[in-house]
Structure formats: C-alpha cells, structure tokens
Design a binder for this molecule. Structure first.
Ligand SMILES: *Cc1c(COP(=O)(O)O)cnc(C)c1O
Length: 338
C-alpha cells in the first residue's frame, strides 16, 4: 500500500557506488529530504553502513538531520553560509569570497569547505576569485575543496574533461581533500574520483546508475471501476475517447501527490502483477484513470512505480528525469520502509 521504500536497496546502491570509487570516501547526498524518500531514514541507514559524509542543500535541512546522526558524521551544506543562518554542527560549503569572509568572521575555527566553479557557472568561486583568496583560504584549513560536473551523465561530453582539467589546475598544490563527482562522475572512472565522491540519485535507484537496485514501489488504491462504452470519454477535457468498450479503474492519487499531469495519456501505465494498464485521460489532482480491460480481476491497488516501470521510465513518459519523479512524491502517501 502506498509508497514502499527499500532502505536495504539504498544501502546496496551506496556500497555498489563505493566499490566503483575504491580510493575515495563515499558520501551520501540527502538533500530535498533524501530525494523525497526521507533524509533521516536514509542517512541513519547509510551511517550504519559506514557513510560519514552527508550533503544537504540548505542549513535548515542540516539542522533537521543533525540530531539523528552521531557527532562524527559531517553534514555539509551546499548553499554555504547564507546571512543569519545557524550553522551549529554543520559544515558550510563556501561558494564565494563573500561567503568565505562572512563565515570566517562569524565562525572562526569552525569547520568549513570550499566550492570552486570549474565551468558550470552555478555555484563556486571562479578562477580569479579563487586566486585572490587562495592562500588565506588554505591557511584557514578547509575540510575539503569541491566542484560539480554539469554533464557527467553524458560520458562523451567534452565538458567533462574540460571541467576535470580546470578543477585540477585550480587545486594543484592545495594539499586538501578534493571532491568532484556525483553519481555520474563516479561512473566516468578513476580520474574523476579524487578523495570524496558525492552520489545522490544513484543511491535512490535513478539513472545514470543503470545497475542500481530499484528502491521505490508506488501502489495506488482502486476506488472504483466501470465499463466505458465506445465513443464515451474519460476525465477532464474529454481528451480520451474509448475506441472499444473497455473497463476503466480510478485510483486515489493525482498530481497533488506528485504524479505529474504530463503523464496524462502519455503511454505510462499502471501495473497489476506485471500486467500493463495504460493511463487514459487526464491525470487530475487526486485521481488517475487507467484502462484495466487486460485484467480478469482488478486488484485492490495498481502500481505506478514498480519493476516494470521504474522511476526513469515514468520520467521518460512525463518528459522529465528520475530526480523530478522522486522529489515530486509528496507526503500524502502511506509510507512503508523495508
Ligand atoms: C545534487 C548534487 C549531488 C548529487 O548528484 P546526483 O546526480 O544526484 O548523484 C552532488 N553534488 C552536488 C553539488 C549536488 O548539487
């Protein structure tokens, strides 16, 4: 029933990614409430498996997680030191000279990390900014220096090698632990691993980690089924019209639960024990309709996310990525952790 989250699969994925980068420490990215699956559950399980480095996007997420992890777990905050933020027990990843000076003024002696921009132009210090503060920043003793790859899910993309070269050049002689790769970068090979790797989506069963174990199963209760005759329509806007008499089931979840409206008549299916039942008509706020004519018996619930239709397949139908499917799963589902 509802959203089943296989914590042991997350642990297995973490171990599998760690074994791809045996010379590095493998962190765990648990931002956005562990990609929607529950940061506290994920982080405590991965701590038990040996993870000691965790990444969140916001200090608020870090403060929520801090009481659930032992003291030797590092919780790194990717947005760095924002004005007025309480960073007690957290490690801000400082993204600009402004953040660096703010942090060193407010938190002298406290742990921090640095982010450099190696080409993505999103977060991190640019080469000139880094050159200007480099010696002062290194003297302050950062825990590590990191950057982030923009195109690591495309192994042949020229930006990968360019960012690697830029990161190497900016960090040459720094003598500080280095970190460049998320899930995609881990799979690019040893050149990209450095000292700490930061997998996120691969832990949760998402591409580009094709060998990942699936983590999520989403089962939706059937409220009602009905016969729909040739020429009758189903759902808002009358966008789907029965070409044959068929049976349609209505399940209790919709776009308010993160089942993207783009899945309407997209080819995506609900599954009953491996049998595909195409979604027909529009996904509405709390309801989805599917053609269940292929079933002799309609079960009490139908699966949207399952072995036959993992998150990246759902994402393809919706024109998005597995990350968005995961993080869209909202709190309204009953959750079971396996
Ligand atoms: C989100 C994020 C990660 C994790 O990326 P995945 O592609 O999910 O593995 C790692 N590092 C940074 C800076 C991130 O923003």
């Amino acid at each position: 029933m509802g959203l089943r989250i296989d914590i042991q699969a997350i642990v297995a994925n973490w171990r599998a990614l760690a074994s791809r980068a045996p010379t590095a420490r493998t962190a765990a990215v648990v931002k956005a409430d562990g990609y929607g699956l529950g940061a506290e559950r994920v982080a405590t399980a991965l701590y038990q498996a040996g993870a000691r480095d965790f990444f969140v996007a916001l200090a608020k997420e870090g403060r929520a997680l801090r009481p659930h992890l032992p003291e030797d777990a590092m919780i790194n905050v990717l947005s760095g030191h924002m004005p007025g933020e309480d960073l007690t027990g957290l490690v801000p990843v400082l993204n600009s000279p402004e953040q660096f000076f703010r942090d060193r003024t407010m938190r002298p002696g406290q742990p921090f990390a640095l982010q450099l921009d190696s080409g993505m132009n999103r977060l991190g210090m640019e080469a000139a900014e880094w050159t200007a503060i480099r010696s002062e920043a290194l003297e302050a003793g950062p825990d590590f220096i990191m950057s982030h790859l923009a195109c690591a899910d495309e192994p042949d993309h020229p930006a990968n090698a360019a960012q690697l070269a830029a990161f190497r050049e900016m960090t040459a002689g720094c003598n500080v632990p280095l970190s460049l790769s998320a899930t995609g970068g881990i799979l690019l090979g040893a050149d990209y691993h450095f000292d700490i790797v930061r997998p996120g989506v691969g832990l949760y069963g998402g591409m580009p980690f094709a060998q990942a174990r699936q983590v999520v199963r989403l089962s939706l209760p059937v409220i009602q089924t009905r016969e729909v005759h040739v020429g009758e329509f189903v759902g808002y806007g009358s966008t789907w019209i029965a070409g044959d008499t068929c049976r349609v089931a209505t399940v209790a979840a919709g776009y308010a639960d993160g089942i993207l409206r783009a899945l309407s008549s997209s080819g995506a299916c609900l599954y009953a024990d491996g049998v595909a039942c195409p979604i027909v008509g529009r996904v509405s706020m709390d309801l989805v309709t599917a053609d269940v004519s292929a079933l002799s018996d309609v079960p009490a619930e139908l699966d949207l996310i399952c072995d036959q239709q993992p998150i990246d397949r759902v994402a393809d139908f919706a024109g998005t990525i597995g990350y968005e499917i995961l993080t869209a799963l909202r709190q309204r589902y009953e959750r079971t952790y396996l």
